[in-house]
Design a protein around this ligand. Structure first.
Ligand code: PGA
Length: 260
């Protein structure tokens, strides 16, 4: 795994935006895998800025979001549909028909999940998948004990994840129990995985995912098996990495062609 440690979230999100922008510039019909939550907020602000100020063009880009809450309609302010429009889609020129987010209101969840997988395949597969990590090591909403080769499906959130989302929902009891999420196998099919992690509370999950054993109990650890995964973390999220000094040295001594 390529590990890039930056002083803070702002600088880390600049690097992450350059990585995403490079994919879009090199491949105007790129397929982006997108995440929600607090982690990618600054990345999305940067992409909106790059679109406005540098003409970064999303007109040929397709996107697939990782997950959505079951039972929350798209128009609900706490849906991931609403999040994505507020944080990214309203500020860039990606055509509406190229935007894909799991439908939390579908009457037939297994059929909708199969269709989502098929749509990703039909689009040519995901070129770059943006990921956050949960305090329990989840990526997407693949909670600990998820099959390491799982596909898009319904999952039940752990109490820890529901507690982590309680502020947004105004109390843990209001956080839905069920979600639709891309599986770990779906994520692993992406050509590049870009994992972002910020803040002290992510340090343990990051260390376990990057330097611990590959285990379904830390779903993010499956990224060790990916031929191209990049972690961009701030110092706090990287603070439990045993080899942090080495990663920093490697990054500081990259030849120009390897820099982002
Ligand atoms: P966060 O969530 O970005 O809100 O910290 C990350 C996650 O749970 O995957």
């Amino acid at each position: 795994m390529e590990i890039i440690i930056q002083p803070d979230q702002l600088q880390a999100s600049e690097v992450a935006a350059r990585i995403v922008a490079r994919t879009v510039r090199e491949k105007p019909h790129a397929v982006l895998g997108l995440a929600t939550g607090n982690t990618p907020l600054q990345l999305y602000r940067n992409l909106v800025r790059m679109h406005r100020e540098e003409g970064l063009d999303f007109s040929g880009v397709t996107s697939f979001n990782l997950d959505e809450y079951v039972g929350i309609p798209p128009a609900h302010p706490l849906s991931y549909h609403s999040y994505m429009w507020a944080q990214l889609f309203s500020g860039i020129n990606m055509p509406k028909e190229r935007i894909n987010i799991p439908d939390g209101m579908t009457p037939d969840i297994p059929a909708a999940c199969r269709k989502y997988e098929q749509a990703i395949r039909s689009a040519g597969g995901i070129d770059i998948q943006v990921l956050g990590i949960g305090t329990n090591g989840h990526i997407g909403f693949n909670e600990p004990s998820s099959s390491l080769s799982s596909r898009t499906r319904i999952k039940t959130l752990t109490e820890q994840t529901r507690a982590d989302s309680s502020a947004v929902f105004g109390g843990a009891e209001s956080v839905p129990h069920h979600v639709i999420t891309m599986g770990l196998g779906t994520i692993m099919d992406s050509r590049l995985c870009l994992l972002l992690a910020f803040g002290r509370k992510k340090a343990r999950a990051v260390a376990q995912a990057v330097e611990g054993p590959i285990t379904a109990m830390v779903p993010g650890s499956i990224l060790q098996m990916h031929p191209r995964s990049i972690l961009v973390a701030d110092r706090e999220a990287a603070s439990e990495l045993k080899m942090a000094d080495y990663y920093v040295w490697v990054n500081d001594h990259k030849p120009d062609w390897q820099k982002y």
